[in-house]
Design a protein around this ligand. Structure first.
Ligand code: DGL
Length: 277
């Protein structure tokens, strides 16, 4: 295993870019491969065995590209597949975890809200997280039905998204939450719109930054990080920033438009043709 091998990051669509951004910021010299499994989105409404098969297929693709670590930048796929991925692949596999523990520490009134996909909320992994960390606060759950689709179509600022967010957030606000956990990696792209509805006093938590720190910690522990000296190598200045390569199992052109918008620079997106076998 060499330090310069890439890191694979995937999500059902563009949501995982909210995690990729933190990874790229914390580990700018690393080479990253991002895969949006857009042909199968939304994962939140798929059976967990299909999400597991998709996750394994993507992991095998990453392995074929020589990755040294993998990040499941999707709460729903983490809930469905992280254990089996860790059993099958002998590299660090980092997954998402809704920020229930930090929320319980942050709440002043003892009521926290979790906005996530139905798949995440219904998973055993999530129940056990709430059992472990949620006992000292009231935890109110809300499925964010339809929000993933709004982000995927780039309609973050639309009236329809605003109404949908209102519908999902008002029940949480009525129950007095002062801390809101975003348990889906698509939702950070809606923070300005969420903020408008919940006001300035509610603490909004997402886990992208913490996941990037965990990845960094695991790479350092395994001595797999791109060394800082290499990152500053003046003879090859281009090595100071790692490459970021994008794939989508959906329409590559549509992926290019959306990813370029959310990533904030023009990118090319290659088609990932792997079909269910
Ligand atoms: N970004 C995924 C998550 O974190 C969205 C899941 C979906 O496609 O429904 O859960």
């Amino acid at each position: 295993m060499s330090n310069h091998q890439p890191i694979g990051v995937f999500d059902s669509g563009v949501g995982g870019l909210s995690v990729l951004e933190h990874i790229h910021r914390q580990l700018p010299a690393e080479n990253l491969i991002y895969l949006a499994d857009s042909a199968y989105i939304p994962y939140g409404s798929l059976q967990s065995d299909l999400i597991q098969r998709r996750s394994h297929l993507i992991a095998e693709f990453f392995i074929s590209r020589g990755v040294k670590a993998m990040v499941v930048a999707c709460n729903t796929a983490t809930a469905a597949a992280i254990e089996s991925l860790r059993l099958s692949f002998q590299i660090p596999v980092i997954g998402m975890e809704p920020a229930v523990k930090p929320a319980v520490l942050a709440t002043q009134v003892g009521v926290i809200g979790v906005l996530a996909t139905s798949g995440t909320l219904a998973s055993e992994k999530f129940s056990s997280l709430v059992k472990r960390f949620g006992s000292s606060a009231e935890v109110v759950f809300q499925p964010g039905d339809g929000l993933v689709e709004q982000v995927e179509s780039g309609n973050m600022e639309s009236e329809e998204t605003h109404s949908l967010l209102k519908k999902h957030l008002e029940p949480l606000m009525k129950q007095g939450v002062d801390t809101l956990v975003l348990g889906c990696t698509h939702y950070p792209f809606l923070i300005p719109q969420i903020r408008e509805i919940v006001g300035d006093d509610v603490v909004i938590l997402d886990t992208g930054d913490a996941i990037a720190s965990e990845l960094k910690r695991q790479l350092e522990a395994a001595e797999l990080i791109v060394p800082k000296l290499m990152a500053l190598d003046l003879t090859t200045p281009e090595s100071s920033e790692g490459s970021v390569t994008f794939f989508s199992s959906g329409d590559a052109e549509a992926g290019r438009v959306m990813i370029s918008r959310l990533w904030g620079r023009d990118v090319t997106v290659e088609y990932f043709p792997e079909e269910e076998r």
